[in-house]
Design a protein around this ligand. Sequence first.
Ligand SMILES: [Zn+2]
Length: 199
Amino acid sequence: MRSSPPIQRLVAALRRLPGIGEKSATRLTFHLLSTPDAQVHELAEAILRLKQEIVLCAECFDLTDASPCAICRDPRRDASQICVVEEPADLAAIESSGGHGGRYHVLGGALSPIDGIGPDELRIADLERRVARGDVREVILATNPTAEGDATAHYLADRLRRSGVRLTRIAYGMPLGGDLEYADPVTVGRSLANRREME
Ligand SMILES: [Zn+2]
């Protein structure tokens, strides 16, 4: 039996989400059909408002509902320590480890010449500006332990060396090629605590 167009349309839209195949998309669609109207509206509205109300923090470039974000506004956070991550999900992973009391800087990815991502595609100049303001003492390079993440950390260390700030790299408690986003909080906390000076 062929599904009607509205069903096909939602199945096709859900299938574009990560981790959702044809089977899950179909199951979710039929689940929504039997869900009360009010709940379906709430879901649809939450999805729409996500893109309308989330902005980038002008300071750290994390996703937030108000710029500067709660972390950048918090006077208890140590402004002399900036932890540099690739993506907002990595920042979230470090926050849930509870191992960092300073601020963050979200690069927006890692250097990857094959994909056309060079230094100008990342928020590196913004990081330099923050460091140049003078209240930063340490930059923790917490890019992922992948080839791209490592290359990015070394590139940043070279660019920031002149500034005289302490440059550290998170330790490899995590499996090589892993992603902070998917590591457990204890492992993330340990790799932060065991960070080493960049040579
Ligand atoms: Zn911020």
